[in-house]
Design a protein around this ligand. Structure first.
Ligand code: SF4
Length: 460
């Protein structure tokens, strides 16, 4: 996902997202370009919140900014290239650029291409970024007008927000360099997560998107430590946190969950309507041989049976996943197994990537590189199979009445999402002619039509 607050944003600008729109004469303005995943987006939000609390304004374009912060992604080589391009664009359009984020760990490489950047900092180095901004444009102190809303400032529209529960990852998937960029798992205490979630809900957020590198590993590093929440101890444990979040009255959507055995425990919460019947599980493959070479956590041969058991408890469960085709050593047989599994497991939504070697990843040393044309052909076959699965599952929704969270409204109608759809990555529910709703409303909708991606409905 890319949230770019300067030029190609799909989200509101930070100031409008927070309901704050004011220009203060003389206040320094910082532009933000945020590339990469929701975790990077949350990092940008933290930096913006801190800067706004010090009186900085957020600029909506390069020309209006005194300095531009580019939050980079360093996950894939293509993402690094995109990051270098974004830095170049910011330098051309503005000239005063601070680089942060995952690619910031490669300061020398950035400076080789762009020697004029003012500073380079790595992921989570909030203090360093803020201090680099101070050096570039000193803050204009005014304690009366520098106040920010208590929920902080968000790059997402006001009615949904990403909530990061941990940083880093203890796994060592062979294609991934995130642990070397972001370090091992560091979980936030449960009461801190809850306090942030409650602030967000009190500020009008209707949907909390729970993110991390490995959400189901939450609390492992701090031995599931208890912290006091609302006068009672709350354990930093996946189930306990999901239960507590479910009591806040907002939609709670779980992302980046691995199929560890204890994930079974949250399915009843979904069946009871406490949290959304939705799991984002990056399965990456289905062939045990490929999963082993990928060194995936919690991989097992019986995953399809496990999913079927989850659906017995919660028939409405929607699964979103990502897969890699053309991983080194992937044979025709492995790939056919993946397609067969996809149909059997009935994955509602799936993204598919053609394997790309990442500098520094262990998988680069694996034999059996798959030719590009084979990767391409497998990608197309994967998408065709997935679309057939998705089309059939969405057709089953026709005739049902379901709550829909409205994202946008214009003269022609409203666009929202069902409980089975996350923002940006999944489908939409189109309500043609429904102009009376507002973004953030949850309306009851009868589904009347479907295709392979989206649903159409009328208010019930
Ligand atoms: S689980 Fe694997 S792919 Fe995900 S961040 Fe950790 S090492 Fe990377």
């Amino acid at each position: 996902m890319t949230a770019d607050t300067i030029s190609k944003t799909k989200t509101a600008s930070p100031s409008s997202a927070a309901g704050v729109r004011r220009d203060r004469a003389g206040a320094p303005k910082v532009g933000f370009v945020s590339l990469g995943c929701p975790k990077a987006l949350v990092d940008s939000e933290r930096i913006i919140t801190k800067l706004r609390s010090e009186g900085y304004q957020v600029a909506g374009d390069y020309a209006g900014a005194d300095v531009v912060v580019v939050n980079t992604c360093g996950f894939l080589d293509s993402a690094k290239a995109e990051s270098l391009d974004a830095i170049g664009e910011a330098l051309t359009e503005n000239g005063r650029v601070i680089v942060t984020g995952c690619m910031g760990v490669e300061a020398a490489r950035i400076r080789d291409v762009h020697p004029d950047v003012l500073a380079v900092t790595g992921p989570h180095q909030y203090e360093e970024v803020v201090s680099a901004v101070h050096d570039a444009v000193p803050p204009l102190h005014d304690p009366y007008v520098d106040l920010v809303p208590p929920e902080g400032l968000h790059l997402t529209p006001r009615h949904y927000a990403y909530l990061k529960i941990s940083e880093g990852c203890n796994n060592r998937c062979s294609f991934c360099i995130i642990p070397s960029l972001r370090g091992d798992l560091v979980s936030r205490p449960a009461n801190q997560v809850m306090a942030e979630a409650e602030r967000l809900v009190n500020a009008g957020v209707k949907e909390l998107l729970i993110i991390s590198q490995d959400t189901s590993a939450y609390g492992l590093d701090i031995k599931y430590a208890e912290s006091a929440w609302k006068g009672a101890p709350l354990k930093a444990r996946f189930l306990d946190l999901a239960t507590a979040l479910g009591e806040l009255g907002a939609w709670v959507r779980l992302h980046y969950v691995y199929p560890y055995p204890h994930v079974d425990e949250v399915i009843p919460l979904m069946a009871e309507g406490k949290i959304l019947p939705y799991l984002d599980i990056p399965f990456q493959h289905a062939s045990p041989r490929v999963l082993k070479a990928m060194r995936r956590p919690a991989h097992q041969e019986k995953t399809a049976a496990r999913i079927a058991a989850w659906r017995k408890v919660c028939p409405d469960l929607a699964l979103r996943s990502t897969f890699i085709v053309g991983f080194p050593g992937e044979t025709d047989e492995d790939f056919d197994l993946l397609l067969q599994w996809l149909t059997e497991a009935k994955i509602n939504r799936a993204g598919c990537f053609k394997y790309e070697p990442v500098e520094g990843a262990a998988a680069n040393a694996l034999p059996g590189a798959v030719p590009d044309e084979v990767k391409e052909e497998r990608w197309h076959r994967f998408m065709q199979s997935q679309q057939a699965v998705s089309r059939a599952l969405l057709a089953e929704k026709v005739g049902r009445t379901t709550p829909v969270l409205i994202d946008e409204v214009d003269d022609e109608g409203a666009i929202g999402r069902s409980q089975w759809d996350a923002p940006e990555i999944d489908g939409s529910v189109f309500l043609n002619g429904e102009t009376g709703a507002k973004p953030g409303d949850i309306v009851k909708v009868r589904i009347v039509e479907s295709d392979e991606t989206d649903l159409w409905g009328v208010t019930a």
